[in-house]
Design a protein around this ligand. Structure first.
Ligand SMILES: [Mg+2]
Length: 133
């Protein structure tokens, strides 16, 4: 009989909502802006749960957002000085399965230059943490 570690038991018990909160909590501390549509059924069934955007400096350190007003838009002032990072996450419970449409959308988005996309289960936490660091 296989034995489970405490981590495996916790991963298996974690709800998708709690897992997503863990991801966005970490992401927001690291300067990511997270977008989530609470009920995506009326938007697009295949679109990933989370969209994450961040601006970083040359060393990868997060930079604060500087939203511009319409007035600023008329000048040549850059929106920000830094690099934009953009990621998508399809959040799944440990035993959750992505639909073929979700798998396809993740694969397509991950092909975009400078964009990453992944399906993430609680056991993927090290990888999620690394991407959002
Ligand atoms: Mg999901």
């Amino acid at each position: 009989m296989p034995t489970s570690t405490a981590r495996e038991v916790m991963n298996a018990a974690m709800s998708e909502a709690d897992w997503q909160t863990q991801i966005t909590g970490w992401a927001e501390k690291r300067g990511w802006w997270c977008r989530h549509v609470p009920d995506s059924r009326r938007v697009n069934a295949h679109w990933p749960d989370l969209e994450l955007v961040r601006v970083v400096d040359d060393k990868g350190g997060p930079l604060p957002w500087r939203f511009v007003s319409a007035q600023n838009m008329e000048t040549d002032t850059p929106l920000f000085e830094g690099h934009v990072q953009f990621g998508f996450i399809e959040v799944k419970r440990e035993r959750g399965k992505a639909t073929p449409g979700q798998e396809t959308m993740i694969a397509l988005l991950d092909l975009l230059p400078g964009v990453w996309a992944m399906v993430a289960r609680p056991s993927d936490w090290p990888e999620v943490e690394r991407r959002l660091r």
